[in-house]
Design a binder for this molecule. Structure first.
Ligand code: NAD
Ligand code: UFG
Length: 370
């Protein structure tokens, strides 16, 4: 058995060496893609992605200023994976500190989550949003370039499509006018990264446009931990269910949808996390600039989500109909076929797992990480 294994290994090695495809890929660094910088890794999507990266065998280094997160999420990532990693409580706008990170570690690629994300707050504090998201990314990308790290996966958003001209939304759908500074930061940063890649084709830029991430790790140990009153639907539902808020306000029931409430493409955060692992593989084969929708392709209304939550979890979620929320659109869901065809990635979890795991996290951690 051992001899056969050895012979197979030799055969594989010979194929590897003589096959120009593998040889040149190796020269381009495919075999070396092992250390990943995760900015914003203590946050909701970041912490779940760190778990999947560690489980997939990557080494990770996390930079997060903990502005919207808690270091406990990182303890729990360690607990869930049994693996250790370096964490720096730095702001990505701090060029000196970011340099230190790249000097301390030979980073192969960066998954860039760090950013402010509250739509309403961005309208009140545009300068803070442009400074944090845009200036922060400019610093990060400059430091990456100066250290020869030219691989980045960027957290973008379905918000760049504005009020989409086609449903389901493909990546070819034109970007629409954004209705808030947060959305503009995503749209502008997509442009910045595409221009950087155009100027130097050693760069690989993967732009992932997330639809509506919900759910939590099935263990209930990590999840979404919003500060104050939640802006988003799912954390609001879970806080009503756990008794922290009296009732959910449903923003409008007169949209042109099957029940009049807004329709979105909710995606389980663990599926989304695995989308990043798949995107790293694209980077390893030198993809240039690539843009992918990260959604399930299914549209669910607000009431679909509430009804599924009540049915699956057996808890009550009182709600009342409120006026429409300014800036909301009726329907937003994607065609995720490109990510399936090119990354071999597709969402596996459905609405039941999304509402089950969101509730499991909230029930086990009524005060989040506090
Ligand atoms: P989050 O707030 O939970 O995570 C973001 C993390 O970045 C936080 O831990 C925060 O402390 C950190 N951070 C912010 N500014 C920083 C800075 N200057 N330096 C260092 N760290 C900084 O948010 P999330 O939901 O995990 O979102 C991650 C990314 O995905 C964000 O860029 C967000 O805009 C994008 N996104 C999120 C959604 C969503 O609905 N959650 C949808 C589309 C896109
Ligand atoms: N909604 C309610 N009540 C609430 C919260 C939300 O009825 O208390 C409704 C909204 O009107 C909308 C749906 O639930 O119809 C989803 O709203 P979210 O706020 O959860 O999500 P959005 O689609 O408005 O936006 C989210 C993120 C953006 C991101 C976008 C990508 O907040 O940052 O998804 O699709 F850009």
């Amino acid at each position: 058995m051992r001899i056969i294994k050895n012979q197979l290994f030799c055969l594989k090695s010979i194929i590897y060496i003589v096959n120009p495809k593998y040889f040149f890929k190796n020269l381009k660094g495919e075999k070396c893609m092992s250390k990943i910088l995760v900015t914003g890794g203590a946050g909701f999507i970041g912490s779940h992605t760190c778990v999947e990266l560690l489980n997939a065998g990557y080494d990770i280094v996390i930079v997060d200023n903990l502005y919207n997160s808690n270091e406990k999420s990182l303890d729990r990532v360690k607990e869930l994976t049994g693996k250790d990693f370096s964490f720096y409580q730095y702001d990505i706008r701090d060029k000196e500190n970011m340099r230190k990170v790249f000097e301390n570690h030979k980073i192969d690629a960066c998954i860039h989550f760090a950013g402010l994300k509250a739509v309403g707050e961005s309208v009140e504090k545009p300068l803070e949003y442009y400074d944090n998201n845009i200036a922060g990314t400019l610093v990060l990308v400059e430091v990456m370039r100066n250290h020869g790290c030219k691989n980045i996966i960027f957290s973008s958003s379905a918000t760049v499509y504005g009020d989409p001209v086609e449903i389901p939304i493909t990546e070819n759908c034109p970007k629409g006018g954004c209705t808030n500074p947060y959305g503009w930061t995503k749209s502008m940063l997509e442009q910045v990264l595409m221009d950087v890649q155009k100027s130097d084709n050693e760069w690989n830029v993967v732009i992932l446009r997330y639809f509506n991430p919900v759910g939590a790790h099935a263990s209930g140990r990590i999840g979404e931990n919003p500060n104050g009153i939640p802006n988003n639907l799912m954390p609001y539902i879970t806080q009503v269910a756990v008794g922290k808020r009296a009732e959910l306000g449903v923003f409008g029931n007169d949209y042109p949808t099957h029940d009049g409430t807004g329709v979105r493409d909710y995606i389980h955060v663990v599926d989304l996390a695995n989308g990043h692992v798949a995107a790293l593989k694209a980077i390893q084969s030198n993809c240039g600039t690539s843009i992918y929708n990260m959604g399930t392709g299914n549209g669910y209304s607000v009431l679909d989500m509430v009804n599924a939550f009540v049915k699956v979890n057996g808890v009550e979620v009182p709600y009342s109909i409120k006026p429409r929320r300014a800036g909301d659109i009726a329907t937003c869901y994607c065609n995720p076929a490109k990510a399936k065809a090119e990354l071999g990635w597709e969402a596996k979890f459905g609405i039941e797992e999304m509402v089950r795991d969101s509730w499991n996290w909230q029930r086990e951690n009524p005060e989040g990480y506090r």
